[in-house]
Design a protein around this ligand. Structure first.
Ligand SMILES: [Mg+2]
Length: 276
């Protein structure tokens, strides 16, 4: 009806696929599901490549480097070049680099994490050390060490700034949920009384750093995600066109329980490739 169309036009938020110049997309639940490509995902990525669209595949998981993830996606049937992958570890390294540049703080970091995080921090110019670090950076790992957590707690109590790559309390594994960064951060907070600054989704910082990476602007960028409570809220707060796909966590009947809405709801990325 005319009235609702007017409301939509005046809000100037809804954009159609052709107006979008840059795409950000979540990985799990959108492009892959339990290491299997979601039908339509390979074609969507190919279409972005063929039409020279700038895009990034985002993940809160800080275990892997973009090269590792690109190889894992290839096994799942998706060709995503490593330069098109943006992890919470890269976003965290970029944030800390900006902090060092902008405030003159030191570039020494103690990390709990794997190659995804340590490589990102090394490439951002950080020295990784347990001697008088400026930051304690907590990321995802599958083998949390009590000794490393103890060291982190002592360094934070001695004045190091506490940073976490992502807030997720659990992560998936083939045998069931595993404790993840958010759960270990809670342990460290309990022991120190200090809350971390958390960079990954739903912090819109993750999207802003991704957009900087591909020189994207919010007016012409869309975010595709499968979770209302992370992808969609963060995309909305970053001023992006938001697309919820129902191929992952959020189900259609759950949308109404949130006080905000995505711009578009689609069954899966298979429905999106026809629009762009
Ligand atoms: Mg997801």
């Amino acid at each position: 009806m005319a009235e609702s169309d007017d409301v939509r036009d005046s809000a100037a938020v809804y954009r159609n696929g052709q107006e979008i110049e840059c795409w950000l997309t979540d990985m799990d639940g959108v492009l892959v599901h339990e290491n299997q490509a979601v039908p339509g995902a390979a074609e969507l990525i190919q279409r972005w490549v063929d039409t020279s669209k700038r895009f990034l595949v985002l993940t809160n998981n800080s275990i892997f480097t973009p090269r590792d993830l690109s190889a894992r996606l290839r096994v799942s049937g998706l060709e995503v070049p490593e330069e098109n992958i943006w992890t919470s570890a890269l976003a965290t390294a970029q944030f800390l680099k900006d902090q060092v540049r902008g405030s003159g703080s030191g570039n020494r970091a103690y990390t709990i994490g794997e190659a995804g995080l340590t490589t990102a921090l090394h490439e951002a110019g950080f020295i990784l050390t347990d001697q008088d670090p400026d930051f304690v950076v907590l990321g995802e790992t599958r083998t949390y060490s009590f000794e490393a957590i103890t060291m982190a707690i002592r360094l934070i109590l001695a004045g190091a700034r506490f940073i976490a790559t992502n807030p997720d309390a659990t992560g998936p594994s083939k045998d069931g949920p595993m404790p993840a960064t958010g759960a270990i951060a809670a342990l460290i907070t309990k022991a120190t009384g200090r809350e971390p600054y958390v960079v990954g989704k739903p912090n819109p910082m993750m999207f802003r750093s991704a957009m900087n990476q591909i020189d994207a602007h919010s007016e012409t960028t869309a975010m595709i995600g499968d979770r209302m409570d992370t992808d969609i809220i963060a995309g909305m707060e970053a001023g992006l066109h938001t697309v919820l796909v129902l191929s992952g966590i959020t189900q259609r009947d759950e949308i109404d329980s949130y006080p905000f809405r995505p711009n578009q709801v689609l069954n899966s990325v298979a429905d999106l490739k026809n629009q762009i």
